[in-house]
Design a protein around this ligand. Structure first.
Ligand code: SAM
Length: 664
């Protein structure tokens, strides 16, 4: 359903005029093309803002002013034929099609090319022709062109494009020595051998990637180092730029250096600065695949409930699935795990696991969190029904103590605190002890299934306590929860045997060392901190961050998921330093404290944390805290502009999560 948003096109055109756009045919085209049809439904209200907006594949729809400027620079006449490189959303192609006779446009991402082509057809732009391919080579079959416009920044003007201009034809293209800065040029073909160059101003575009552009994995994509004056120290953002390892794309970035830095670590903890950013999930998946394939990591443990993750574990190892009464990942916030990014990884893992002769050797997937009190109770009872029906009846009775609070377990804690109810501690502890005593019998039948039942019984015991101490203070319950997650991780490592190795996916606030943040001052611990204490150098902690973009989050606990705009980072924050480096995406090792960049980053600064709730209106108070980045993490991974995860839950309206991950 389309949102009802009022657009003020007159104000939009006035804004373009104020910025110096004078060409009436361009202004008319800009007023005619419905920009709202080219942006995502969640960005509709920004459709006529003068800013670039995120589209799929990590790309952008260009800023309206830039589209108008470049279109004007082409000096088009009716009847002209134009080539555009970088179709993106198809918006600029539509603007060109309002003026020129025929528009040919090329996009390297298949999904974008397809979407733009469908969209332009629906809008009846029958004079636009879309091709998926490398636009740096042009589209020779339809050459020559009166104008060629390139919507991505390259190292130089591609020769193929100049050759496809008519004599007198204009090529408008951003050119720069690095992927972070360009000058917009108009190159006019004077005759068969000569061209004329004019500079139109400084601009910043996404990189032009192709045979006559930047090569995706080449070193040259890393910006060239600047000369640093000795008298005046280089700003910290410049040091970051020099020390960072550029990520040209998540799929192709060379991770061999990262693998060396991780070395023989037994646990690799991968964070996230929000619970709803696609790039964080995709990059964690990429690193995890590498750790599994090249370093034999045995399982992935995530910030999810044990019973939900167990469903994924069964799916990826193709083992027998226990019947569940509740749908998987149905509890708020569903999008944290029921999303396309996780689904892609889960499908990959299932496929990878096919090589193993037995499911016991396959790579597992587990949940560390403790919010699943009642589904864990059900899992224990279901297990016992099969292996020991008499004990199942006892379990039913003992766990029955907790039944009255199923709808809202937090009220259990409140009631227990009043002393009017004796509480259920004794029952849940006894149940766990009984299961432990039966370990030898049960584990001999099926070790994995016993692990599952025991973990659920442990979870019930800890969740019961968690809900009681919730009222003692937030630090107490926070510490208790993180201790539970750490203990679960350790139990899993023990189960998988000496030398087994684990990847952990949790929020930065759990995996970055709490002692290096203001949490430490409040006496709070976390999984990262406990891992460092226990594993020492065998724990490698990687934090993630972003400057701006979109994120999946709710406004209140239990409220519906929204796609929210992430505000540009605070001027005093680590994020702003990373943004000012000018790099789109990078890895920054933080281990070597003799290194200048690491030394300078040590002084605590603000850092942003967005959880399942994001309140941009009170951002500083709600989402920033003080931390020392190099003490918090061994390495930091940066994505300047990010986008929301593709949720599969009720938000997507496609019947998830009942079917996740098995139905797709
Ligand atoms: N004109 C677009 C619009 O109105 O939405 C915005 C284009 S976006 C700034 C740049 C686009 O160039 C991206 O979609 C990117 O994938 C594409 N691109 C980069 N290198 C390319 C190449 N060699 N050939 C074709 N497209 C390329």
């Amino acid at each position: 359903m389309e949102k009802l948003v009022q657009y003020n096109k007159e104000a939009f055109i006035r804004m373009l005029r104020r910025q110096g756009i004078r060409d009436e045919s361009v202004l008319k085209a800009m007023a005619t093309v419905p920009r709202e049809k080219f942006v995502g439904i969640n960005l509709l209200e920004f459709a006529y803002d003068d800013s670039p907006l995120p589209i799929e594949e990590g790309q952008t729809i260009s800023q309206p002013y830039i589209v108008a400027l470049m279109t004007g620079a082409l000096m088009l006449k009716p009847g002209d034929r134009v080539l555009e490189v970088g179709t993106g959303s198809g918006y600029a192609a539509a603007v060109l099609a309002e003026i020129a006779a025929e528009v040919y446009t090329i996009e390297r991402h298949q999904s974008l090319a397809h979407q733009a082509s469908v969209r332009l057809k629906e809008l009846k732009y029958n004079n636009v022709h879309v091709l998926c391919g490398d636009g740096t080579l042009g589209w020779p079959e339809n050459a020559p062109y009166d104008g060629i416009v390139v919507a991505a920044g390259g190292p130089e003007a591609p020769r193929s494009l100049i050759e496809q201009l008519t004599v007198g034809g204009r090529l408008v293209i951003p050119i720069g020595p690095s992927t972070r800065e360009q000058t917009l040029l108009r190159i006019t073909r004077i005759n068969n051998n000569e061209v004329e160059f004019e500079e139109l101003g400084a601009v910043r575009f996404v990189p032009l990637i192709g045979e006559e552009g930047w090569r995706e994995i080449e070193e040259e994509i890393k910006p060239k180092l600047k000369t640093v004056s000795i008298a005046k120290p280089a700003p910290l953002s410049d040091l970051i730029e020099k020390s960072a390892i550029h990520i040209p794309s998540i799929d192709t970035v060379d991770l061999s250096g990262l693998m060396k830095r991780i070395g023989d670590a037994r646990v690799v903890l991968l964070g996230e600065a929000t619970h709803g950013t696609a790039e964080f999930y995709d990059m964690r998946a990429r690193i995890t695949k590498e750790l599994i394939q090249h370093k034999g990591f045995r399982f992935v443990a995530v910030e999810a409930d044990w019973p939900d993750a167990a469903q994924i574990d069964h799916f990826v190892r193709e083992t027998r699935m226990e019947p569940t009464e509740e749908p998987t990942f149905a509890r708020f916030p569903t999008w944290m795990w029921a999303n396309m990014q996780v689904l892609e990884f889960v499908k990959w893992l299932r496929n990878y696991n096919k090589q193993f002769s037995s499911p016991d050797k396959a790579v597992g997937f587990f949940g560390l969190d403790l919010y699943s009190l009642y589904s864990s109770i059900n899992s224990v009872i279901n297990y016992l029904e099969e292996v020991d029906p008499e004990l199942a009846a006892i379990a039913r009775k003992r766990y029955g103590c907790l039944t009255p609070w199923e709808a809202d377990p937090a009220t259990y804690g409140a009631v227990a605190l009043t002393g009017k109810h004796k509480g259920c501690e004794q029952e849940v502890v006894e149940m766990l002890n009984t299961l432990m005593r039966k370990r030898l019998d049960y584990a001999a039948q099926d070790g994995r299934r016993f692990l599952d039942a025991l973990s659920n019984a442990r979870l019930v015991k800890n969740a019961e306590q968690y809900y009681r101490i919730m009222y003692e203070g937030s630090s107490e319950s926070w510490n208790f929860r993180d201790q539970h997650m750490f203990d679960t991780l350790k139990n899993l490592l023990d189960f998988h045997g000496p030398g087994s190795r684990a990847v952990v996916w949790e929020h930065n606030s759990h995996i970055g060392d709490a002692a290096a943040t203001e949490m430490g001052a409040r006496g709070e611990i976390n999984v990262g901190n406990l891992c460092r204490k226990h594993f020492g150098d065998d724990a490698y902690l990687i934090g993630f961050g972003t400057h701006h973009g979109t994120v999946a989050a709710a406004s209140d606990w239990g409220a519906p998921m929204e796609i929210k705009i992430v505000r540009p980072s605070h001027p005093e924050s680590y994020e702003r330093l990373c943004h000012d480096s000018g790099l789109n995406a990078f890895m920054l090792p933080l281990v070597d404290q003799k290194q200048r960049v690491v030394k300078e980053l040590l002084r605590p600064r603000l850092e942003r944390a967005i959880g399942v709730i994001y309140r941009p209106e009170t951002e500083v108070a709600s989402h920033y805290f003080n931390a020392s980045l190099p003490l918090q993490f061994n390495e930091y991974i940066w994505f300047d502009e990010t986008r929301a995860v593709d949720a599969l839950g009720p938000e997507a309206g496609i019947g998830m999560p009942e079917t996740f991950p098995f139905g797709l």
